[in-house]
Ligand binder design. Structure first.
Ligand SMILES: [Zn+2]
Length: 125
């Protein structure tokens, strides 16, 4: 495996080509694995906080993360996988019925909603 590339070199141009709305995500890492003919691109949300969909209060207290594969695309001999790390956050509003919620990135995830897959939750230490 080749060492993952610097996440910021060319990331703006790359993301604007791959995503319909790259303003809400940043390129975290990418990896090229010639033996598997695979390229994996890992994206994270840019915003430090997310808004509870029920009460609207912002939170930055992270419960866990889970990965969502947005797309598996062929690129020549390579399979390009675009993964998005989604945070589950606590809603700290005592009046709100929602204790946990997943951040929403509609401009990023929605266009691939029909083909994306959710992978098991991963606890944050
Ligand atoms: Zn809430």
């Amino acid at each position: 495996m080749i060492e993952p590339g610097h996440p910021y070199i060319g990331s703006v141009n790359l993301l604007s080509c791959l995503l319909p709305d790259a303003t809400h995500v940043r390129l975290e890492t990418w990896a090229l694995e010639p033996a598997q003919s695979a390229i994996t691109i890992n994206l994270h949300a840019r915003q430090a906080t997310a808004r509870c969909p029920l009460c609207g209060r912002r939170s930055k207290r992270i419960h866990s993360r889970y990965g969502r594969t947005l797309a598996d695309l062929p690129w020549g001999e390579y399979a390009v996988t675009i993964r998005l790390s989604i945070r589950r956050l606590f809603c700290d509003n005592a009046q709100c019925e929602r204790r946990l919620f997943a951040e929403r990135l509609p401009g990023v995830a929605a266009p691939w909603a029909k083909v994306s897959k959710v992978s098991p939750a991963k606890q944050v230490e």
